[in-house]
Design a protein around this ligand. Structure first.
Ligand code: GDP
Ligand code: MG
Length: 301
């Protein structure tokens, strides 16, 4: 074990849309590497794993802490409470505002009860005036004691550098829980599909707004470890769209493939042999099954 290496769990809390995923992506940034093939040993849902020479931070996704209104709600609250029990530090993301609603107060109550050190992240400060930020800090400071308060913009990467160092302050010394190259237990396929979708939308400009999904049919690393073979299908709603996506003599599809492959190779740190197909499936957006199949799980908001 490396000396002075720290490792521990950080629970991420915050309403949908507050910027949790954006912040995670930013923090792990270029560090994105291969996912681990090991089965998860923890009962928590891991969002991301960050590793550097100081240590390893395992970010835990905390499903909504709110007052339970039904069975599912109770279940979610239960998971959230257990997640907090397993965490060394909580990262609570909030909007830049002076309005602290009932939901936010409830979260504060739970965190107080739990007693974890809480780092408050006031996100999206690029959307407000600098002077206002001080007021927001003041507003939040009144509702509970925070270990730290960090205003930042996850989107623009403003003031995000301090966050990692700040989390490490609250983690114990110990060996890493995961391989150094693990970043998430989200299926790597989903990330690859998302890259292809993004490159498609980019290349297609606004011609086919939102009407595509991407499914990964095959994703296998060759036994010698040198190449990943990936077959993916771009699904669109109309025959005319299919034509546009393929392009003249396949030129558009080729462009999408080249751009996606470049990024996928960065991600996997390995050569990729990417084959793209295009299929028409009418009204896929109205189908719960297909939505889920493409990774848009409604429950996950
Ligand atoms: P999550 O639901 O908490 O995971 O939120 P997301 O990370 O998906 O972000 C929700 C929306 O807020 C997206 O459109 C982001 O681009 C946007 N967003 C996230 N962070 C920032 C930020 O710092 N500034 C601004 N202006 N928008 C942000
Ligand atoms: Mg998210």
């Amino acid at each position: 074990m490396k000396e002075n290496f720290k490792s521990g769990f950080a629970a991420i809390i915050g309403r949908p849309n507050v910027g949790k995923s954006t912040l995670m992506n930013h923090l792990i940034g270029q560090k994105i590497a291969i996912t681990s093939k090991k089965p998860q040993t923890t009962r928590n849902k891991i969002q991301t794993v960050y590793t550097d020479e100081q240590g390893q931070i395992v970010f835990l996704d905390t499903p909504g802490i709110h007052k339970a209104k039904n069975k599912l709600g109770e279940y979610m609250v239960g998971v959230a409470e257990r997640t907090l029990k397993d965490a060394d530090v909580a990262l609570w993301l909030v909007e830049p505002t002076n309005f602290v609603g009932a939901g936010e107060r409830h979260i504060a109550e739970q965190l107080k009860k739990n007693g974890l050190p809480v780092i408050l992240i006031i996100n999206k400060i690029d959307t407000v005036k600098k002077e206002e930020v001080l007021q927001f800090i003041d507003t939040y400071r009144k509702i509970m004691d925070f270990a730290e308060i960090i205003p930042c913009s996850a989107l623009r990467g403003q003031n995000t550098d301090d966050i990692i160092g700040c989390i490490f302050k609250y983690l114990p010394y110990g060996p890493a829980f995961y391989d150094e190259d693990t970043i998430t237990d989200q299926p790597i396929r989903q990330i690859v599909a998302e890259i292809i979708r993004e490159k498609s939308l980019h290349a297609l400009d606004e011609e086919i707004p939102h009407g595509i999904a991407v499914a990964i049919d095959v994703m296998k690393q060759r036994p010698d470890g040198r190449v990943w073979d990936i077959d993916a299908t771009i699904i669109c709603e109309k025959d005319s769209h299919k034509g546009i996506i393929i392009g003249k003599q396949g030129s558009m599809l080729k462009k999408i493939g080249t751009n996606a492959r470049y990024e996928i190779e960065q991600l996997l740190e390995c050569r990729a042999n990417l084959k793209l197909w295009v299929k028409v499936k009418r009204d896929w957006r109205d189908s719960d099954f297909l939505m889920k199949n493409f990774g848009y799980d409604k429950k996950e908001v």
